[in-house]
Write a protein that binds this ligand. Structure first.
Ligand SMILES: NC(=O)C1=CN([C@@H]2O[C@H](COP(=O)(O)OP(=O)(O)OC[C@H]3O[C@@H](n4cnc5c(N)ncnc54)[C@H](O)[C@@H]3O)[C@@H](O)[C@H]2O)[C@@H](O)CC1
Ligand SMILES: Nc1ncnc2c1ncn2[C@@H]1O[C@H](COP(=O)(O)OP(=O)(O)O)[C@@H](O)[C@H]1O
Ligand SMILES: [K+]
Length: 518
């Protein structure tokens, strides 16, 4: 499990250590230097003689970079610090100079970018947890925009071609590797927003614990490989801001049958999905539920013949269930499916059956529901859901601030909300947040969401009693389902195209491997 903490939580945790004189910056800088040395060795075969340029901002983030530069200088690395503020960390600057490094005061962004572009490794120490709203501006903003070129995200316009500077957006061995100090500078450290130019990192070395912005898009896309340096900070372990589950966490959440299990004790999942116009969604959602290993799958809808032909294990018609899947391939104007879903929602509200609400069923959601109801919108569907509730939003608005809007949807509906995408966000009871990044982009294919819904329904049916006993469990189960879904895409075809059906067929093997690894 990867946990992350907000800037305020990290500051509060470091305070007593700093007061006791623990040299946190020295520890952080030493570890940072070690990572930079490793990157140098990967790129050029050796550390000695490597060219490192430090981008140095006004605070302690720049101090980390300067001290790391001093360590590297002593290992025979050529280190130049580009000071991007009128005043940079005094001690760090003195340490670098004493070790034989150089400090260059930058006054022109294009010239600064040209110097930076010649490095083997560029160390981004402009801003860390001291970042205020608004991202990088002024000289640092212009320099980063020039360097980042085509890879700039957010509102800023980078021009990587100016003054002969090669934008880092271009791939190639000549381009410096970028190591970000604590966070890529300019990201929203606590919410993952990107409102100005940011240098995309190859490696981010973060201190004490991860920060939410490193896990949440769009900033999460700019982090590269994440290395967490443990500083023994007394962080509140039970209250991380954002969590990313690992395989062993998902395995621990999986409903593994006991020796005395029977099909009803393992759970029955009811699936209301598909229509004559969209029969495939019913097949995919029921297949995923069957292949994820539930006690029984019960299908309700107009394409039962087709579902049973493809999945003879499925039972059709009404009956008791432990959890529901509503909505894949359902249009809200389909009167029969609408009636079935509205009727089933009564069970959800009266008997407390957990439910996955996807696609067309999102429009049939009662005003408020318990947290054991999981909504699974993509960004466009979340925009529509919130627009219907008085917040005019587009898909692009949601993509710019996914955490904010997922949180709002949870607060307004009471449901656990899972926002699908390259990073899948889940917000559940007590505001708990999960950010899973387990899927290859190949998974962005029609029907993949139907498979996720079926798979999650199976998990919820298997853990229905636990979910009702512990309201915080639903979000964890939803995050684990996203993890399994992403892993199944890798199992189906590592590094290549997948089909939704292929992902469903890969579930048994994926789950077996996951459980064996725990
Ligand atoms: N958290 C920890 O345990 C440790 C933190 N350390 C480092 O200290 C950093 C935090 O240092 P600071 O608190 O000095 O903060 P930063 O170095 O992140 O930045 C603060 C400075 O940047 C300015 N600034 C903030 N937002 C700006 C913006 N949008 N545009 C222009 N200027 C802006 C502020 O006025 C202030 O001068 C961490 O990110 C980390 O790198 C390490 O040295 C040691 C351990
Ligand atoms: N860029 C991406 N990288 C990885 N996974 C993605 C990406 N985009 C979408 N996905 C995943 O693919 C699935 C698509 O679901 P959805 O949009 O509901 O499609 P459909 O309705 O056709 O089934 C979701 O699980 C989502 O998280
Ligand atoms: K930084």
């Amino acid at each position: 499990m990867l946990q992350s903490w907000t800037s305020a939580q990290v500051r509060a945790a470091e305070e007593p250590l700093l007061a006791a004189g623990v040299p946190l910056m020295q520890h952080a800088a030493f570890a940072l230097a070690g990572v930079v040395a490793r990157v140098l060795r990967e790129r050029r075969g050796r550390v000695v003689g490597g060219q490192v340029v430090l981008l140095v901002g006004p605070g302690n983030n720049g101090g980390d970079a300067l001290h790391a530069g001093a360590f590297l200088r002593r290992r025979g690395v050529d280190v130049v610090a580009l000071a991007l503020a009128p005043r940079v960390h005094d001690e760090g600057r003195a340490a670098l100079l004493a070790a034989g490094g150089r400090v260059h005061e930058v006054t022109d962004a294009v010239d600064g970018a040209a110097r930076a572009g010649r490095a083997d490794v560029l160390v981004d120490g402009i801003l860390g947890i001291g970042t205020r709203d608004g991202g990088l501006t002024g000289l640092a903003g212009a320099l980063v925009a020039a360097l980042a070129g085509g890879a700039v995200e957010g509102d800023a316009r980078g021009d990587g071609s100016r003054g002969g500077v090669v934008g880092l957006g271009a791939h190639g061995a000549d381009r410096p590797a970028v190591v970000a100090v604590d966070t890529p500078s300019g990201i929203g450290v606590d919410d993952g927003t990107v409102s100005g130019p940011v240098l995309p990192a190859d490696v981010t070395v973060t201190f004490g614990g991860a920060k939410p912005g490193l896990l949440i898009p769009p900033a999460a896309h700019l982090v590269g490989r994440l290395e967490v340096i443990d500083l023994d900070l007394p962080l509140p372990d039970h209250h991380p801001a954002v969590v990313r589950l690992a395989d062993r966490d998902a395995a621990a959440l999986w409903p593994v049958p006991t020796r005395s299990a029977h099909k009803y004790s393992r759970g029955v999942v009811g699936v209301v999905a598909g229509a004559r116009r969209y029969p495939g969604a019913a097949v995919l959602a029921t297949s995923a539920a069957v292949l994820a290993g539930v006690g029984m799958v019960r299908y309700l809808g107009d394409v039962a013949d087709l579902v049973v032909a493809r999945r003879p294990e499925v039972v059709t018609g009404p009956g008791r269930v432990q959890a529901w899947v509503f909505g894949p391939g359902v249009s809200p104007d389909d009167a029969a499916q609408r009636r079935r879903i509205e009727h089933a929602f009564e069970g959800v509200l009266q008997r407390g059956e957990p439910a996955v609400v996807d696609a067309g069923a999102l429009e049939l959601l009662p005003p408020t529901v318990p947290t054991h109801v999981v909504l699974t919108p993509h960004a466009g569907e979340l925009a529509r859901l919130l627009t219907d509730r008085g917040h005019r939003l587009t898909r692009a608005d949601v993509e710019r601030e996914p955490l904010r809007w997922t949180r709002l949807a949870h607060e307004m509906t009471g449901a656990t909300v899972l926002l699908k995408g390259h990073v899948t966000l889940v917000v559940g009871a007590g505001g708990a947040v999960y950010a899973q990044a387990d899927a290859p982009p190949w998974l962005a294919t029609a029907g993949a969401g139907d498979v996720l819904a079926g798979l999650m329904g199976a998990m919820l049916a298997g853990r229905a009693d636990d979910v009702l006993d512990d309201p915080t469990l639903t979000a964890a189960v939803a995050a684990a389902a996203a993890l399994v879904h992403g892993r199944a895409a890798h199992t189906a075809n590592p590094d290549g195209p997948v089909t939704a059906r292929g992902v469903a067929l890969a579930l048994p093997e994926t789950i077996r491997t996951l459980l064996a690894s725990a």
